[in-house]
Design a protein around this ligand. Sequence first.
Ligand code: HEM
Length: 475
Amino acid sequence: MIREATAPSDKSLMNSVSPLRTEGWRPPAPALRSNLAIGLRILFQRSPDLLQTLPRDCYTKDIVTVPVGRRPVFIVNHPETIRRILIEDRANYPKSDLMVSALSPLLGEGVLISSGELWEHDRQMLEPAFMHMRLAHMFPDMREAVHDFVERLQLLETDAVVDLESELTHVTADIMLRTIFSKPIGAERADAVFEAFSSFQKNSPQFQLQHVLASDPHKPALPGAELMRDASILRDLLAAMLDERLGLNSQGKVFVDFAQAVIDARDTDGLPFGREKIIDQLAVFFLAGHETTASSLSWAFFMLSQQPQVLEKMRDEIREVLADRSFEFDDFKSLRFTRDVFRESLRLYPPAAFLTRRALHEDQFGRLKVPADSFIVISPWLIHRHEAYWPQADRFIPQRFDANGSAPLPGTYLPFGLGPRACTGATIAQLEASLILCEVLRRFSFVPLNAAKIFPISRVSVRPADGIRCHVEKI
Ligand code: HEM
């Protein structure tokens, strides 16, 4: 049953937590404010960030409706309803028109934003790309990219100031390009990618409240010129690399990577993807695969820098499991605490903070009527911070995920989404994150220079508003 007034408060749902003396520190997040306070902010502050426009109700109730705007908006925190939208009744809830129109200049008809039969067809063709064997085969390329990252950090002067997020975007973009095309990204390309992506995110309308409220599902807004320019810079880069690959294939060269998996994919009639469609899917892998991991790692490194006892526990584990050798594919399973730190970072700062859907036909959430074309928001950001499901929800407590804690209630932990449209790259993302955390933290500490000013904003992923400027200390 949906409780509209307050959320379920059954304490038995909560997983027990034995804190590691981290409860005194609250990682940066907007304070919970009343509807009135938020209303005034929306009225008087030009384009406040979406995370700043969520009143307390959004963090405490099962379902919140937004009473202004030209279409009904439902923010859904109720686990069973979330499961229904993302699993049982998903045919009625395709990706939102806003998400599709914001991302299609970059992703075309890629699998992240396609719907219905087209999505079923393409997703089935892409399934083999994510087989465990292929990941194991691609792992040395990932490790090479991290090795280059570590070398770049080694070469820094003691007083050098780096922007953590751009460094991590560089290494995760490098990993994605190596796993897609089996070749590294040069510094110049990395800078161009970072700039185009930052700009693409800034110009992306789906994360601005006024666009959500003013949007008409039957007349999607045309993307702005800047968004189109950023998208075409990124697509041109992928197209050039694809053409290089097709040339090498025609000379008989063989590769085991994502690009080859997409080129070689066949549907049940034996038909391959066309060239534009290959670029669409590679753009999805690239967008979905590097930006998200960079964002979650930025928050993980930042939180570790503020919580030395958690960092030390992690370093103890790294010393115990790896001693002096480098990280191997199977180490991921043994580095449990490292994995829990990353899980907790994904809980507090889920890169995909808002999963948005459109109701095709009228529906009912409990007693609430949901008209056709309603805008549905399932927010990992909100449900991960919901006190009914997460004790000390706004604190950084990695051990809530350890073997002594009970598993989160289904539908309350969604960093990778849920159901048939959940992230295909979840394993690779967690492997990559453990690899980067271990190889960096066994050698360096990041020391933020603007720690008190770090604050999250919502773009394509949740990012620190003004970056995280750091000194890098060798240990
Ligand atoms: C920390 C890293 C990552 C996070 C948090 C993340 C999160 C997500 C989420 C939440 C979705 C579902 C979106 C929705 O339901 O609207 C998704 C879909 C997807 N992700 Fe990821 N992702 C990550 C890394 C990756 C990587 C490394 C890859 C590929 C190499 C990848 C590929 C995809 C694809 C292809 C989809 C679309 C699945 C479909 O609709 O069939 N992701 N991701």
